[in-house]
Design a binder for this molecule. Structure first.
Ligand SMILES: C[S@@+](CC[C@H](N)C(=O)[O-])C[C@H]1O[C@@H](n2cnc3c(N)ncnc32)[C@H](O)[C@@H]1O
Length: 283
């Protein structure tokens, strides 16, 4: 018999569900759950059993278990670590990250040779990169991929600034999904140019609801990559817990849910063509 004074079961549930903890936290939670589970009667036992399985699975996902196509990675860095485990990114690769920003993608694993660009600091534009064609073994491309609408209608505070779409800067203000998709597509063409023939382009994007309609950003991005001559190697779904939404629209009217909440973004693994599609020559 083991006595556990802290944390409480409610705190354990909160901790597990928040999914913000790293591996060690999850292992700790799992140990504590297994300790208290022995002492509890039904239905607490049943509830904790479910929690234990949930935490156990999370631990496996973060450890040596199989890489799942759709899961709650704590951060994009953990997903990148799994992309490395799958062999899509190798230690010896020369990788380009043209959307480095805070560098979260590289906090768990990084290759020996990582070239980065960060628009806010170096003024780079991923549609016109200062690199020779066919330079990199792999490229990770994480552009802005959800259109927030105009500043007056966006319900997400700080969204424009966070994703480099601030008014007044030299980045255009993308006010429609079509304009944002054009940016993504133009950048994708540049990724195809700078990656070596047959190299991998790891691209983040998302389906989302805009103006009451579903914008299939993930599908459109995939279709454009195929039009550029890429082949689809893999697809990973980065599941997140939905953020709380405002109860009212910007005009004060009540918000009503129509579509299922898109609590996931998509990571495509594209293989660049072995043919230079612009010149039509075999490389
Ligand atoms: C989703 S964030 C990238 C986050 C990053 N992967 C990280 O780990 O922090 C998208 C980034 O693309 C940048 N961006 C937007 N338009 C751009 C452009 N035309 N050229 C280069 N970067 C751009 C934004 O400033 C922002 O830093």
């Amino acid at each position: 018999m083991t006595t556990v004074e802290e944390p409480t079961v409610a705190e354990l549930v909160d901790l597990a569900e928040s999914r913000t903890s790293l591996e060690q936290d999850i292992v700790t939670v799992l140990d504590l759950v297994y300790e208290v589970i022995e002492d509890l009667s039904h239905p607490e036992h049943a509830a904790l059993g479910r929690l234990a399985r949930f935490v156990d699975q999370a631990g496996e996902e973060l450890g040596d278990g199989p890489v799942l196509a759709a899961t709650y990675w704590p951060t994009n860095g953990h997903m990148v670590d799994d992309l490395h485990r799958l062999g899509y990114l190798a230690c010896t690769d020369h990788v380009l990250d043209p959307t480095f920003e805070g560098g979260i993608w590289w906090r768990e694993w990084r290759p020996a040779m990582l070239t980065t660009c960060h628009r806010a600091e170096d003024g780079s534009d991923f549609r016109a990169l200062p690199f020779d064609s066919h330079t990199f073994d792999a490229v990770t491309y994480d552009p802005p991929y959800v259109c927030p609408g105009g500043r007056k209608t966006s319900t997400i505070p700080g969204f424009h600034d966070r994703f480099g779409m601030a008014e007044g800067g030299d980045t255009p203000m993308f006010s429609t999904p079509a304009e944002l998709q054009q940016l993504i597509n133009d950048g994708l063409a540049e990724m195809v140019r700078v990656v070596k023939p047959g190299g991998l382009i790891l691209t983040k994007c998302q389906d989302y609801v805009w103006g009451g309609r579903l914008w299939e950003g993930a599908t459109l991005t995939r279709n454009h990559a195929v039009d550029l001559g890429c082949t689809v190697v893999d697809r990973l779904e980065f599941i997140t817990r939905p953020r709380p939404q405002p109860a009212t629209n910007p005009d004060g009217s009540p918000r009503r849910q129509v579509h299922a909440r898109r609590n996931l973004s998509t990571l495509w693994v594209f293989r660049a063509p072995n043919v230079d599609t612009r010149q039509g020559v075999l490389l």
